[in-house]
Design a protein around this ligand. Structure first.
Ligand SMILES: *Cc1c(COP(=O)(O)O)cnc(C)c1O
Length: 404
């Protein structure tokens, strides 16, 4: 079993005090914390080999290029993509989704249908709405039940030869539901539709295998898995990435440029215009290595234990309701206390040094489904402890007493 107390020593920020209390960081679904091993890689880059990549003959540029491409290979191996050129370095999940949505502008036509799940983050809804406005395609929604699970029979009824694309998250950031994406992908492929999976919330909890899933597109953000912000991965099957036009024009993405015409570079560079987040990409690779050293099956088992313990303890509080009780669920707990606004609970918890998220969690359609303005969300990582769950439970009880 994973030793969280020992692991915590890797994370300098966890020694912080907030409002005079030891920090209890339970907002991991918004962003994860960064271990010293990754911080060291960032410092080393700027201290020793900061240079632009892919174009310099000088030593620093070569070193930076080698490290950056090494990171791409670490990412490829981790997600088990067939080719390194199927890994596009992005600014994060939102960027990756917009890249794909933009690429379909000239492929989708009026009469085509795209399906989006009821559990999506705004970043996996809005770009598709924009795409539908441009192309005349129709957006349809895969509904959910009160447990926070997608209704698969309804999904299958929605699928037809008109369906061109399906968007679904691997894990819901608002409720923690783990979606049966293998099944969803399989059914979509039977009608010839492509599937984009938003893996932003899954990447810190499990290892997704691109080839086994047979997924068409998969997007993640490094900052959800112990890496820096502003960098991420878009995985795309070679056949799709070859077909889609470039997202942005600029340096790095061309093969030849004249004022009459430009030809585009090969994959992955076709989609990587401009100077990328070089340091961020290298640190992303380091974060993946760090998490793999701990081990994803150990992480999953430990987090499940935290989830079970926290669920039991929180449920025992009178008037507390948990939203999202899917059978397959990760370490995210969204809840409210009867008669109290989530924001007030979050504010009082902060006074006690406990960081949780309050509000709609960029998933307003889910909040509308439950007819609530938002929830308090506690999300646990492998470096959280049962002691911190106890602090949360005591904090919520105290907040409840003060507010009712
Ligand atoms: C965090 C998150 C996003 C957005 O990621 P960015 O890094 O802000 O682009 C999208 N979807 C889900 C499920 C998320 O958890």
């Amino acid at each position: 079993m994973l030793n969280a107390e020992k692991i915590r020593q890797d994370f300098p920020i966890l020694n912080r005090q907030v409002n005079g209390k030891p920090l209890v960081y339970l907002d991991n679904a918004a962003t994860s914390q960064t271990p010293q091993q990754v911080i060291d890689v960032i410092v080393d880059y700027y201290a020793n080999y900061n240079a632009n990549i892919h174009r310099g003959v000088h030593t620093l540029s070569q070193e930076a290029t080698d490290k950056y491409e090494e990171a791409r290979h670490i990412i490829q191996k981790h997600f088990n993509a067939k080719h390194a050129h199927e890994i596009i370095m992005t600014a994060g999940t939102t960027h990756g989704i917009n890249l794909v949505a933009s690429g379909f502008t000239n492929i989708l036509q009026k009469g085509d249908e795209v399906l989006v799940s009821a559990l999506e983050h705004h970043s996996n809804i809005v770009p598709w709405q924009m795409l539908c406005q441009k192309t005349g395609a129709t957006l349809k929604v895969i509904p959910m039940n009160t447990e926070g699970e997608l209704l698969l029979t309804d999904y299958e009824a929605l699928l037809s030869e008109k369906t061109k694309l399906v968007f679904v998250n691997h894990i819901s950031n608002a409720l923690g539901t783990i979606n049966p994406i293998e099944y969803i992908i399989n059914k979509a492929h039977k009608v010839g539709a492509a599937v984009l999976v938003d893996g932003a919330q899954a990447c810190p909890h499990l290892k997704a295998d691109m080839q086994a899933l047979d997924v068409d597109f998969y997007v993640v953000s490094a900052h959800k898995m112990c890496g820096p912000t502003g960098v991420g991965m878009l995985y795309g099957k070679e056949k799709w990435l070859s077909k889609l036009p470039p997202y942005q024009g600029g340096g790095e993405m061309i093969s030849e440029v004249t004022f009459q015409k430009s030809t585009y570079a090969d994959l992955p560079h076709k989609f990587e215009a401009g100077t990328p987040n070089i340091c961020g990409g290298i640190a992303f690779g380091a974060a993946i290595n760090y998490m793999n050293r701990i081990g994803f099956s150990e992480i999953a088992a430990y987090e499940h234990e935290l989830l079970t313990y926290a669920t039991t303890e929180l449920q025992a509080i009178d008037g507390l309701k948990i939203y999202g009780t899917a059978k397959e669920k990760t370490s995210v707990i969204s809840f409210n206390i009867k008669g109290i606004h989530p924001y007030d609970i979050g504010t009082l918890l902060d006074k006690m040094g406990i960081a949780v998220r309050t509000g709609h969690h960029c998933a307003q359609p889910i909040m509308n489904f439950y007819q609530i303005p938002g929830t308090v969300r506690a999300s646990f990582a492998f470096y959280n402890t049962k002691k911190e769950v106890d602090a949360l439970v005591a904090g919520v009880k105290k907040a409840k007493m003060m507010l009712s």
